[in-house]
Design a protein around this ligand. Structure first.
Ligand code: AMP
Length: 376
């Protein structure tokens, strides 16, 4: 069955056509076409709007025999705990979640509307970034704030990067020959956005992002965890408007805020040159990672594996080594040669906790989940 995966951003459409999703035999799904249409709606952009962009996709790729379209949807709120075949009710529900994801859900809704119109015979499936984390117990998603306020305004932890954490945890179990059903894996998705997840038996039991993708780890341009009083202080004492504080924490925080660059490669280069701001940024980034790993080891009661993924996780031997240094008493070690060499398993032979590097593939996971959703 062919599956088309669509990831619609505010000004871009990323697509990938899978000829045969499904890794039942351990084989990766085959990609038969992929592409990115950018600067939608901008002067000189590649398409006037999402409808024109999708029309382009349909003219470019051979969609004969298409079994489903899988749409990446960032926020599924508390309503969706699995990939869901889209009907009018599902669209209304995703629209209702726009206040929780004002930047991300509207472009996904445009993509869904256009794809339903252009491909009315093909089942459309919404695959949510939040769904994997719906398995987290109430004590792991509840903020200790006024319970009535929280309930009224849907304030709780949702978590994101769910398709990546689910995929990477499963691939880690496959790599290590562990039954997924009782494997304990800590997955570290370190891209421009970054989050940690504790996975037990293929289910998320804790994750570092919350109501929004701002909390948790230090990211390219997002602060990660801070004391909420930072916001009140900047508003009341520094006189900054709330929108400016939000912009600062989401686009001017993280590595960008600390050292003026959001790219870990640049931070590493400047750290090697001995620049203090880049050194501090790197250290804050790695310490936060170690704090989350420790916390998830405690929650899981130990782990079989810790897995690094995404841009930084897959490529930065320095971050992998620094973030897990000093943990040998907990059975966690990184073998320097394996780490530098880019091996998949970078812990020494016989280590109690295996440390792995597993490339993520969110689109393959969306295709796989879309296939399952239409087959059931
Ligand atoms: P992603 O969001 O997964 O595409 O990750 C993007 C980020 O990965 C970039 O902003 C870089 O900071 C980081 N990255 C990519 N390649 C490397 C590398 N070789 N070393 C360190 N960081 C890298």
């Amino acid at each position: 069955m062919k599956i088309l995966v669509l990831n619609c951003g505010s000004s871009s459409v990323k697509y990938r056509l899978f000829a045969s999703p499904g890794r039942a035999a351990g084989s990766p799904p085959e990609t038969s076409a992929k592409g990115l249409i950018e600067r939608i709606g901008e002067p000189g952009g590649e398409a006037a709007d999402h409808a024109a962009a999708l029309q382009q996709v349909m003219e470019t790729v051979d969609l004969s025999g298409l079994g489903a379209v899988g749409h990446r949807v960032v926020h599924g709120g508390s309503l969706f705990s699995a990939a869901t075949v889209i009907d009018d009710k599902v669209v209304t529900a995703i629209e209702g979640l726009v206040p929780l994801a004002p930047l991300h859900n509207p472009p996904a809704l445009s993509g869904i509307a256009v794809a339903r119109k252009l491909l009315p015979e093909v089942p459309q499936v919404a695959v949510f970034d939040t769904a994997f984390h719906q398995s987290i117990a109430p004590d792991g998603v509840t903020y200790a704030i006024d319970a009535d306020l929280a309930a009224r305004w849907q304030v709780r932890r949702y978590g994101f990067h769910g398709t990546s954490h689910a995929y990477v945890a499963r691939r880690t179990a496959e790599l290590l020959g562990l039954p997924l059903d009782d494997a304990k894996v800590i997955t570290l998705h370190l891209g421009n956005g970054a989050s940690a997840c504790a996975v037990h038996g293929g289910r998320s039991v804790a994750t570092s992002m919350g109501l929004s993708p701002l909390s948790g780890l230090v990211m390219g341009t997002r602060s990660g965890d801070i004391d909420p009083t930072v916001i009140f202080h900047l508003h009341r004492v520094a006189g900054l408007p709330i929108e400016e504080i939000e912009r600062s924490l989401t686009r001017g925080g993280g590595l960008q805020g600390l050292a003026g660059a959001n790219d870990m490669r640049e931070i590493q280069r400047r750290r090697t040159d001995g620049e203090p701001a880049a050194t501090l940024a790197f250290d804050v980034y790695c310490r936060r990672l170690r704090e989350y790993v420790g916390s998830y080891l405690a929650l899981l009661g130990g782990a079989d594996a810790i897995t690094f993924t995404a841009g930084v996780g897959e490529n930065s031997a320095e971050v992998r080594a620094a973030s897990l240094s000093g943990l040998s008493a907990l059975g966690i070690e990184v073998d320097p040669a394996r780490n530098e060499h880019g091996d998949r398993i970078i812990s020494p032979d016989g280590a109690r906790v295996k440390v792995c590097v597993v490339p993520t593939d969110e689109e393959a996971e969306i295709a796989e989940q879309a296939r399952k959703a239409v087959e059931t």
